[in-house]
Design a protein around this ligand. Structure first.
Ligand SMILES: [Zn+2]
Length: 89
């Protein structure tokens, strides 16, 4: 991707505002996580993809114990559950 060349001033707490055009282009919403990294003399921001802890899909997710799990893996896990409750070692 080319630089848009939009200058942004950093505030006294080290914060900057990511231009709304870039947020829309990249699908960045309030609450999303961005990974901050240094490449050479540049600082890069990369959207952290939130996916199912088992298969990685980003569709049809729900939260369980602060982790994300998709509907299909939820079904798979619930099928494993009965073997624990049956008293197996
Ligand atoms: Zn899954």
């Amino acid at each position: 991707m080319n630089s848009t060349g939009v200058p942004r001033r950093i505030d006294h707490l080290g914060r900057i505002v990511v231009p709304v055009e870039l947020r829309r282009m990249l699908g960045i919403s309030p609450g999303d996580e961005l990974e901050v990294a240094v490449k050479g003399d540049s600082v890069t921001l990369t959207k952290v993809r939130q996916g199912c802890v088992f298969c990685g899909t980003e569709d049809d997710l729900r939260s369980f114990r602060e982790r994300l799990i998709c509907r299909e893996c939820t079904t798979g896990v619930s099928e494993v559950g009965p073997s624990f409750s049956a008293g197996s070692p």
